[in-house]
Ligand binder design. Structure first.
Ligand SMILES: [Cu+2]
Length: 353
């Protein structure tokens, strides 16, 4: 530690001496070593501007080439393609505009670099020009914002009466997820954090006296969803802010302690179908190749099979990175069979007596 402090002191002293010599140099009037940029400096800076332009374009091309396939791939929900379109259109527009404006900016900096005796043109203003460069971004941005708002309203318009949805509660806590199905009556029973009873395994604090709660089904390991059926998620959190993130379904909603938030989507691709998806297969292959390399280095990792996941997308604590739940999207019959095999909350409480 003392050695480290000594080094820091020495470095600071060196910087101080260097700064003092600079000040001393500046205070001397020397005409041959002027601080004013000459033609050679300006030319060099002009070329550096060009060089920087080439650098950012190359960086873009390499990024696309190397990581272009890291996007999420086929969306697995009804609204997914609508959501993807909004993002692709916005990105394409930004990309197009930035390619042109960066080229112009750096080219002009190069073309009009300082030259001895050359004087900049004094050009006060031009109403027509200002109108054009104001109105074009205004129209483009207004279009994008309206399109975004339209898509957002479409996604967030959750109608519980329409399309026979199933109601599922997602319950977040440090650091896991639990899912509660509303059962045959499709109404979730009341719940409160004060009613949590670990001895009876009532981990969600479901109200035993509420008749709607009797047929509720709690799953602590997997979230099963029937394909093609609208799902309305009601999110709760026990402790801090979490965020239910289901990237393959293009869905995310914050889970806020003390309130219920909601999100709805219709899954369109079963787990089996997604496993057969070509883009997904190449991703899985890539991951398994990395895992094989780690295995070769003596690490204990299995090869991976694709599964949908529910992740937490808010940094909620030390094990946030591992706060996830497997999602299984399956045919209606398979879903019903799975549901049949689960214990209802009423049965669970009866057996806990
Ligand atoms: Cu979390």
């Amino acid at each position: 530690m003392t050695a480290f402090l000594t080094i820091i002191v020495l470095v600071l002293v060196a910087i101080a001496i260097w700064q003092m010599t600079k000040i001393f140099e500046l205070s001397q009037v020397k005409s041959e070593k002027s601080e004013v940029a000459n033609d050679k400096d300006n030319k060099l800076n002009g070329y550096l501007m060009f060089g920087f332009l080439v650098f950012i374009y190359l960086l873009t091309i390499i990024s696309f080439w190397k990581w272009g396939d890291k996007i999420l791939g086929t969306p697995a929900s009804e609204h997914g393609s609508e959501y993807d379109n909004l993002m692709y259109i916005s990105m394409a527009l930004i990309f197009f505009v930035q390619i042109i404006t960066q080229a112009l900016l750096h080219y002009f900096a190069f073309k009009y670099h300082g030259k001895k005796g050359q004087k900049a043109l004094f050009y006060a203003d031009n109403d027509k020009l200002e109108f054009i460069w104001t109105i074009i971004p205004v129209i483009t941005l207004a279009g994008l914002i309206l399109y975004g708002l339209y898509t957002w309203t479409n996604l967030m318009d959750i109608d519980e009466e329409e399309g026979d949805p199933i109601i599922i509660e997602l319950y977040a806590q440090q650091f896991n997820w639990k899912a509660r199905y509303a059962g045959a009556d499709n109404v979730l029973g009341d719940a409160n954090v004060r009613l949590i009873e670990i001895d009876k395994n009532n981990v969600l604090g479901i109200d035993e006296t509420d008749p709607y709660a009797k047929d509720d089904v709690v799953s602590q390991t997997e979230l099963h969803l029937p394909v093609g059926r609208k799902v309305i998620f009601k999110m709760r959190s026990q402790d801090v802010l979490h965020s239910a993130y289901m990237p393959h379904f293009r869905a995310q909603m914050n889970c806020v302690p003390g309130m219920i938030t909601q999100f709805s989507f219709t899954p369109t691709v079963t787990t089996e179908e997604m496993r057969a998806d070509q883009g997904m297969q190449s991703k899985v292959q890539n991951i398994n190749q990395l895992r094989a390399e780690r295995r070769a280095n003596g690490e204990d990792v299995d090869s991976w099979e694709f599964d949908y996941v529910l992740l937490c997308n808010k940094i909620c604590g030390s094990s946030h990175y591992n706060m996830q739940m497997k999602i299984v999207v399956e045919e209606e019959e398979e879903f019903n069979a799975w549901m049949e095999a689960q214990q209802t909350f009423g049965e669970q409480m009866a057996s806990a007596q």
